[in-house]
Ligand binder design. Structure first.
Ligand code: LFR
Length: 474
């Protein structure tokens, strides 16, 4: 994505898009990191002359380097089964309450800490001289310089959100050598310059500085929320739905831990207080499954079918970690409906409706909990990320939450990334509200009012929420 920024103008152009296809080999699900790096180089070539580069990606995953700086194996996908049962083992050494008090991170089975705990004792970890999170690894290949960007480091579960620094307590208890991580750097810090070989390969005129941004895509997406005041909640929806609040300080209470809320670190000293919800992964996996069964759907037609399906007929818990692994998603959703005593969707359109109703309910629950746990009032919900294009999901979320939803921009992560770079290069000035002013001035947004009534009355949403809550998990 190429951003063009001036004090009163902000535009984004897609220069190049490439697939990200995980590869299973010898039973392990990997990222095809060299294909991704090749995509980055193609993107730079297609972008043409640029004043700065910044990289963000999904969180938690990493590559290990040997003493010569060579990559030791393909990074493993966080959806791989290697972390199965690891959090239970870790809990015996470090009780969940202590881990939460130290790191404030939501329990997700794939957090880096569990990935590393599962790797302790492996030949690969023993041979490692450095660990680089995905955006930091790509940055290293582009610049030759190593660092650990803070917003993404905060998803490792090895960072103390109060000090915004490593937590030796956690690392020591689990035998994880923090010395593997290069020094921390924050959004806006310099991260080197494109190497001569990279300039040559991409045809870019140098020098091109690389700037650290909120390298966790969700940190950049939240920086890209076009909020006008302080009383807003956000839902960054794509493969995941990350629903919560932007705070000045972490909430580390026992209630917060029980509610499975995370305190990830954001741009400009902020805390992203949110819950991870399965997101459009549920839909993506259904589409993939139907396609392998010879049913290739036109997404718009399918969403129209879903919109016409009976509302709130069947719902599942869209926060259930049981949905993390890939495969057989429609079947797993049907099983979950059965288990919860709801009718099994009869058509693909009904399955999609079940997914979207369930996501809307999970959004409602997350925002209700966040407001209560953080003691914050909210008058607007911002939906950013790819899901902002899904009108049905936006309307259902407005209905479920009983709040107006402002949808867009879909490319919030790229915009948040670009804004931080532009400020670091001196093109923009000011703090988050100033950067956000530029967003709501320049980006097309769409508003959804609650209680349209077409998709269930407020009372029906309340009953569905209570029904789901009564069944236990979040
Ligand atoms: C979103 C995201 C989430 C993180 C998940 C796994 O793309 O980065 O914030 O929990 O992916 O890394």
């Amino acid at each position: 994505m190429v951003g063009t920024v001036a004090p009163d103008a902000l535009e984004l152009r897609e220069a190049h898009r490439f697939p990200n296809r995980p590869v299973r080999a010898r039973g392990t699900l990997h990222w095809d990191i060299l294909a991704l790096y090749a995509g980055v180089l193609d993107g730079l070539r297609a972008a043409g002359p640029v004043a700065s580069v910044g990289i963000d990606s999904w969180a938690v995953d990493y590559g290990l380097l040997d003493a010569d700086g060579a990559l030791l194996g393909n990074p493993v996908h966080y959806r791989d089964a290697r972390t199965e049962g690891v959090s239970e083992r870790v809990a015996r050494v470090l009780p969940p309450a202590e881990l939460y008090a130290a790191t404030g991170l939501q329990h997700l089975p794939f957090n880096t800490v569990y990935q590393l705990a599962s790797a302790v004792g492996s030949a690969q970890l023993a041979a490692a001289g450095a660990l680089l999170l995905i955006p930091d690894l790509l940055t290293y290949w582009l610049t030759g310089e190593r660092g650990t960007e803070l917003t993404n480091a905060s998803t490792t579960q090895l960072i103390d959100p109060r000090t915004r620094d490593w937590s030796p307590t956690v690392a020591d208890a689990l035998g994880i050598p923090l010395s593997l991580f290069p020094p921390l750097r924050g959004p806006g810090d310099p991260a080197g310059e494109l190497l001569p070989a990279v300039l040559e390969e991409t045809g870019l005129p140098g020098p091109v500085p690389v700037t650290a941004v909120g390298s966790h895509d969700t940190a950049s997406a939240v920086a890209g929320v076009p909020a006008k005041g302080e009383r807003f909640a956000y839902i960054a929806t794509g493969t995941w739905s990350l629903a919560g609040l932007e705070l000045d300080a972490p909430v580390l209470t026992e209630e917060s831990r029980r509610a499975n809320f995370t305190n990830e670190l954001g741009v400009d000293g902020t805390v992203r207080y949110l819950r991870n919800i399965m997101g459009l992964w549920l839909l993506q996996e259904c589409l993939r499954d139907w396609e392998t069964h010879g049913r290739r759907h036109d997404l718009d037609a399918l969403l129209r079918e879903a919109a016409a399906a009976p509302p709130l007929r069947s719902v599942v818990d869209a926060g259930d970690p049981a949905f993390i692994a890939p495969g057989r998603m429609p079947e797993r959703i049907a099983d979950a409906c059965r288990e919860l005593g709801d009718p099994v969707p009869r058509t693909d359109g009904e399955t999609v409706r079940c997914v979207l109703d369930s996501l809307a309910l999970a959004h409602r629950r997350a925002l209700e909990d966040a407001r209560e746990l953080a003691g914050r009032d909210v008058d607007t919900v911002h939906i950013v990320g790819g899901g902002a294009r899904n009108a049905l999901l936006c309307q259902l979320t407005a209905d479920a939450c009983g709040l107006p939803v402002v949808a867009g921009p879909a490319e919030a992560a790229a915009l948040g990334n670009v804004l931080v770079q532009a400020r670091a290069r001196g093109v923009l000035h000011g703090d988050m509200p100033d950067l956000r002013r530029l967003l709501h001035k320049t980006q097309p947004l769409r508003q959804y009012e609650p209680s349209s009534g077409d998709h269930g009355t407020p009372a029906a949403w309340g009953r569905a929420a209570a029904r789901l809550a009564g069944r236990g998990r979040r």
